[in-house]
Design a protein around this ligand. Structure first.
Ligand code: PMP
Length: 452
């Protein structure tokens, strides 16, 4: 473990705390450590053993009910009956792969492409966000003839060799690709208040940072291939910025012959409320779009969507096969998820509930010196936890104490950002107005206990 907290290490159980666990959980955790070793981190000093879910709620083995404000995979709700039925029905009929013709993959491709800009006309499927980004980097390189990829300074894009090398969030132990450059996302402070000049200029300033990174690549003899970004900048600490903020950066990428890859693993599928896709908030058209997590509500399915001429540079030369990607069952899950989002209008729901949640969280923030800015878009919120002494300095240790306190009070979430001090609130999209009160009361009580 490096001294800097990483995306994998923050909020994780350490085996030194085994003695603190009660009988059954302790036994399970010990058995788990024996067979799985240390690579898979468990959340919390007192790990949670979940056995059942429904909507935005989860139950542990002892029957305690939790409010889930973390899991964006189960975006249309845990144990969603429409998705479960679609998967079970398809599984009972047939599940093969993309070397045989099947309606589901074609139906889904037509429906999902209809939610994207008209320039995006092609679809491919995999099982994870990592695989989608891995292929996206390969496509960007084939199309541009370059190798240089720019990412944000705390980005996470996946666990394959290639994507890990473009994921600084993994910390100092993970070498970055020699052709990878990082750009810092301006802090919310630097972005100024809504509508302020600082905020408008910060889009230009970020574009300038991208330009400098391209110059740096080229001065080292590396041709620029593309910019890979999650438009919420979730692992950088949740910095969605104002709608339109990202457009100057994308202009710069295109002017330099690069590919803009919109990693929609976090912001996609209605999460931001303002649009179905995160990039669409900014009025930009990506060259490649990658998706994952919420796409199948827990069934492993991910996608890559692209402009025809960009993808052709890869697919005219190289075949691609993914045994499980695009299978009739995974596509049945994806079809059911899309149906749920659209028929229940979860995009509008995310917009309304998310705004209200942040309004209420700001009230809690006013009562506690350890809470700084509350920001976000739709049902994706970041809450800065800061040193109560100055109300400013990022306080990762306090954020971890808050997380443990929330867990004790049965609210699940996690943290993000370079200092691990940003509470990341990203519940299933079915989180509703009635949950806001519980969330805010629980946070208020936790902070009050810590203040004392
Ligand atoms: N991109 C982003 C922005 C992510 O947050 C993640 C997962 N945290 C990935 C890619 C990788 O997705 P997966 O874990 O499905 O491989």
């Amino acid at each position: 473990m490096t001294s800097k907290s990483t995306i994998m290490d923050t909020n994780s159980f350490s085996a030194d705390a085994l003695d603190l666990l009660d009988g059954e959980t302790r036994q399970l955790v010990e058995r788990r450590l024996t067979v799985l070793g240390g690579a898979y981190r468990l959340f919390y000093q007192h790990p949670v053993h979940l056995v059942r879910g429904e909507g935005q709620y989860l139950w542990d083995a002892a029957g305690a009910k939790y409010l889930d404000m973390y899991n964006n995979v189960a975006s249309v709700g845990h144990a969603n009956p429409t998705v479960a039925r679609a998967v079970a029905d398809q599984m009972m009929r047939i599940n093969t792969h993309t070397r045989y013709a099947h309606e589901n993959i074609v139906d889904y491709s037509e429906q999902i492409l209809a939610t994207m800009p008209s320039e995006i006309t092609r679809a491919m499927y995999m099982c994870t966000g990592s695989e989608a980004n891995d292929l996206a980097i390969r496509v960007a390189r084939e199309y541009s003839g370059g190798t240089g990829i720019i990412v944000s300074s705390e980005a996470y894009h996946g666990n394959t060799d290639l994507t890990s090398r473009h994921s600084p969030a993994l910390g100092g132990g993970q070498p970055l690709d020699a052709a990878c450059r990082r750009v810092r996302v301006p802090s919310a402070d630097a972005m100024g208040g809504p509508g302020s000049l600082a905020r408008e200029n910060s889009g230009q300033a970020f574009a300038h940072e991208i330009e400098k990174a391209i110059d740096d690549l080229e001065s080292h003899g590396v041709r620029f291939a593309g910019f890979l970004a999650d438009s919420i900048f979730s692992s950088d600490g949740v910095h969605p910025g104002q709608a339109g903020w990202l457009a100057p950066a994308v202009d710069v990428v295109h002017r330099h012959g690069g590919v803009f890859i919109a990693d929609e693993v976090q912001p996609g599928f209605a999460r931001t409320g303002e649009a179905f896709w995160g990039f669409a908030r900014h009025g930009v058209v990506p060259d490649v779009i990658t998706t994952g997590k919420p796409m199948g509500n827990g069934i492993p399915v991910s996608g890559l969507f692209a402009r025809d001429e960009v993808l052709s540079a890869f697919s005219d030369r190289l075949p691609y096969f993914n045994t499980f990607g695009g299978s009739p069952v995974s596509m049945a899950a994806a079809l059911a998820v899309l149906h749920e989002i659209q028929t229940r209008d979860l995009q509008q729901h995310a917009l309304q509930v998310g705004e209200r949640l942040r309004t209420e969280l700001r009230r809690v923030a006013e009562r506690h010196a350890g809470v700084g800015e509350v920001r976000g878009v739709g049902l994706y919120t970041g809450v800065d936890i800061v040193s109560p002494a100055d109300g400013q300095t990022a306080d990762g240790a306090l954020a971890l104490a808050v997380l443990e306190g929330l867990r004790e009070r049965r609210l699940l979430t996690s943290v993000a950002g370079a200092a691990g001090n940003v509470l990341k609130l990203r519940p299933p999209l079915v989180f509703d107005m009635r949950d806001i009160d519980r969330a805010c009361t629980t946070l208020d009580e936790t902070l009050t206990a810590l203040d004392a």
